[in-house]
Design a protein around this ligand. Sequence first.
Ligand SMILES: N[C@@H](CCC(=O)N[C@@H](CS)C(=O)NCC(=O)O)C(=O)O
Length: 250
Amino acid sequence: MSDTLKLYGVPFSQPVRAVMWLMLYKSEPFEMILTNPGSKGDNGSRNPAFLAKNPAGTIPTIEEANGFTLGEAHAIMAYLCNKHGWEDVYPGEPQARAKVDWYLNFHHRNVRDASVGLVAPKIRKDLDIPQAFQDQARATLTSALKALNGGWLEGNTYLTGEHLSIADFAAYVEIGQLQAGFTNVYDFGDFPNVMGWLETMKQVREHDTVHTVLAELGDISVEAPAMETIKNANISALKALKSKLAELGG
Ligand SMILES: N[C@@H](CCC(=O)N[C@@H](CS)C(=O)NCC(=O)O)C(=O)O
């Protein structure tokens, strides 16, 4: 059995992109095992075989050759940093680390849940997500962006200071997907510090590889993307990833 780490997921998933980005940023090879979120089919995250690896049935999930499995993007990124000694993006010094953990904990209810609420209704028209839910998501995100703009990013290049960390990867895969150039479903005009940080993050190594799926999907603010567009975005994203992993020997 190969000892390359397996990453279960799809590039369309925000938390999967965070893990992919960390690994590519650190030039760490991995094998992507395509796993359809929510599906009970053979390659689905709700299939019994997958639930044995991650009882929550969510992607990303990783698996090592020795059978160790782990779910939750933030736990996975922290584990990989601990394992490989990547203290540049997850500092060892307790207070610096605590600042990263602070954001990672804040993220779940304030950024993640809200940003999903802005994008999912556009892509999954079939789910008929109630307008009240969408409005609440937008309000929650706006509050979170106020905190980022006036707090974390005030006078800082990255979320926790002058150094890129896994907090930035976690935040950008959610917030960044909303900007013009990608889905274009949120106007960041009121948040100049957030806009500056979005530009900075675009320069981070492997940004484009990880975000191929969104660049291909394009603007969904007016019209939901056709199935064909979604399919082609996935194909392009996997092609970009495959070619990067081939370079890394994964
Ligand atoms: N808190 C989890 C969220 C993971 C998550 O929501 N993944 C979605 C895909 S983006 C999923 O697997 N959904 C399938 C399901 O819940 O059945 C993390 O950060 O890893």
